[in-house]
Design a protein. Structure first.
Length: 80
């Protein structure tokens, strides 16, 4: 089953981000993936970072950007 924009459904152990936290994660992710579009920002339950942004690059490929609690990008991974 796919969610919005073809993404897998949000996991029950991850929470959508709102407010200033969401804005800061979006800002960091967009700085990393110039020209990308954010599909969803949420907590990361896999231990890669505190937060993750699911994005589509300008070439149409998907990428997940991992952001720590200080809003620094700490990694990326291809795919949703």
């Amino acid at each position: 089953m796919r969610g919005a924009a073809g993404l897998p459904p949000q996991r029950s152990d991850e929470t959508l981000l709102t407010g200033d936290t969401a804005a800061q994660v979006r800002k960091a992710a967009l700085a990393k993936v110039s020209g990308g579009t954010i599909l969803r920002v949420e907590t990361d339950a896999d231990g890669n970072a505190a937060y993750e942004a699911h994005m589509v690059r300008s070439d149409g490929t998907r990428v997940t950007v991992y952001v720590d609690k200080s809003f620094n990008v700490v990694g990326t991974q291809p795919g949703p």
